[in-house]
Design a protein around this ligand. Structure first.
Ligand SMILES: Nc1ncnc2c1ncn2[C@@H]1O[C@H](COP(=O)(O)OP(=O)(O)OP(=O)(O)O)[C@@H](O)[C@H]1O
Ligand SMILES: [Mg+2]
Length: 343
C-alpha cells in the first residue's frame, strides 16, 4: 500500500469583484477578480507576461483584453477567453497559496468553492471544468452558505451576502441548504455604481468620470437614510477640476437596494416553519462589501418591525469570511461529500 497522500484543504470565495483563498497551510490571499491578456505584441513586450491577474490587470487595462470571470452572479461562459478567465483566476489563487500546478507535487488538493447562488444552479459544469487538473476533489457551495458555515450559524439564521454582482440570501435550517432556502438578486454593488453613474451624468452632463471613479466615491461616501453631511467629489468639467455635490444621487443609488433586499428577506422569513420564524428574525447576518453602506443594516432591521421585530448584524471582517467558511467545511466534510474531479 502507498503511504497516505498528504492533503491540502482550501476554501475559495469566487466573487464578482474580489476572490479569496484560505488554505489549511495557513495561507490567505485576496485578488481582484480581473484577468487580462496583452492586446498585441507591443503590449506583451511591455508587460513581459502572457496573462495578468488582479490589481496588476486593472492597473494595466489599456494594454489588455480585460475580463471579469463573473457578472451578475453568473460565470461567463461561451467564448474561449471567458472559460479561460475563470480557470486563470482559480489557478492564480492556488499559486498564491503555494498549491499551483507546478509546486503541488503529489499533494492532494481539496477545494470548497463558494459562488453566487445562481451560479451554483447554472454554472457547475463550467466551474468543474475550470477546476480540472488544479484540484482533486471539490464541493461547490453558495457564498452565503460558506459564510454561515464560517460563522457557525447553522441553525435558525439568515445570511444576506451583498457583494458586487449579486445579493445572495440563505436561510440555515441545520442542514445543507436547498434551492428553496436560497435566493439571488442582481441588485448589489455594481447596480448601485451603474445608477450613480447615470444620475450624476444626468445632473452634470459635462462632467467626465469613469465607473472606477464612481465606485471609489461610493466606497467612501455611501449611505442610506438622512445624510450626515453633503457628499462632494472633484471631477473635470471641460478640463477644469470642479467640485460637484452628489448627495441626493448617492442616497438614491444606495437606497435602490432597500426595497428588493427587504422584500426578499421578509418573503424568506415567511417561508420558515412558523415556530422558528422569530429565531430567524433575531439572527440575520449581513455580509459582503456592500454591507458596508452606512445605515444599511439598521434600516433593514427597521423593516423587520412590521413582522414583529428582529435583529440584523453586519459581519465585522467581510473579506475572508467566505473563504474561511469554505476551509472549515473542507476540514469537516466526510469523504462521501466530495466530488472527485478527473486529473
Ligand atoms: N465601504 C463600502 N461602501 C459601500 N460599498 C462598498 C464598500 N467597500 C466595498 N464596497 C462594494 O462591495 C462590493 C464588493 O463586495 P464583495 O467583495 O463582497 O463582492 P464579491 O464577492 O466580489 O461579489 P459577489 O459576491 O457579488 O460575487 C463592490 O461593489 C464594492 O464597491
Ligand atoms: Mg461575494
Amino acid at each position: 500500500m502507498s503511504p497516505k497522500q498528504e492533503v491540502l484543504n482550501v476554501g475559495i470565495d469566487l466573487g464578482t469583484s474580489r476572490s479569496s483563498i484560505s488554505a489549511s497551510n495557513g495561507q490567505k490571499h485576496l485578488v481582484e477578480s480581473f484577468v487580462g491578456w496583452p492586446l498585441d505584441m507591443v503590449a506583451r513586450k511591455v508587460l513581459k507576461k502572457d496573462v495578468l491577474i488582479g490589481k496588476e490587470a486593472l492597473e494595466n487595462r489599456p494594454m489588455l483584453d480585460l475580463h471579469r470571470p463573473l457578472e451578475r452572479g453568473l460565470i461567463k461562459e461561451g467564448s474561449d477567453r471567458d472559460d479561460e478567465a475563470v480557470r486563470e483566476l482559480l489557478k492564480h489563487l492556488l499559486v498564491l497559496a503555494g498549491a499551483g500546478p507546478e509546486e503541488r507535487g503529489d499533494l492532494k488538493i481539496r477545494a470548497v468553492v463558494g459562488v453566487p447562488a445562481e451560479a451554483l444552479r447554472a454554472n457547475k459544469k463550467v466551474l468543474r471544468n475550470a477546476l480540472k487538473g488544479l484540484v482533486d476533489n471539490t464541493i461547490i457551495v453558495s457564498e452565503p452558505f460558506a459564510v454561515a458555515y464560517g460563522l457557525e450559524e447553522l441553525l435558525h439564521a439568515m445570511v444576506i451576502d451583498s457583494g458586487a454582482g449579486t445579493t445572495d440570501f440563505c436561510v440555515m435550517n441545520g442542514r445543507y441548504p436547498t434551492d428553496e432556502d436560497q435566493r439571488t438578486l442582481t441588485q448589489a454593488g455594481d447596480s448601485v455604481d451603474e445608477q450613480l453613474a447615470t444620475m450624476v451624468g444626468e445632473k452634470y452632463p459635462d462632467a467626465k468620470f469613469t465607473v472606477h471613479m464612481v465606485r471609489d466615491w461610493k466606497e467612501q461616501y455611501s449611505f442610506v437614510g438622512s445624510p450626515k453631511k453633503a457628499v462632494k467629489v472633484t471631477v473635470p468639467v471641460e478640463g477644469k477640476p470642479t467640485v460637484l455635490d452628489i448627495t441626493a444621487e448617492m442616497r438614491a443609488a444606495c437606497e435602490s437596494l432597500l426595497a428588493p433586499i427587504s422584500e426578499t428577506m421578509l418573503d424568506l422569513i415567511s417561508r420558515v416553519e412558523p415556530e422558528y420564524q422569530e429565531r430567524v428574525r433575531q439572527n440575520i447576518i449581513l455580509s459582503g462589501g456592500t454591507s458596508l453602506i452606512a445605515n444599511l443594516g439598521t434600516t433593514l432591521q427597521k423593516e423587520l418591525d412590521q413582522v414583529g421585530g428582529g435583529r440584523v448584524r453586519v459581519v465585522k471582517d467581510p473579506v475572508y469570511v467566505g473563504a474561511d467558511g469554505g476551509l472549515s467545511l473542507a476540514t469537516d466534510a466526510p469523504e462521501s461529500d466530495w466530488e472527485k474531479l478527473p486529473a
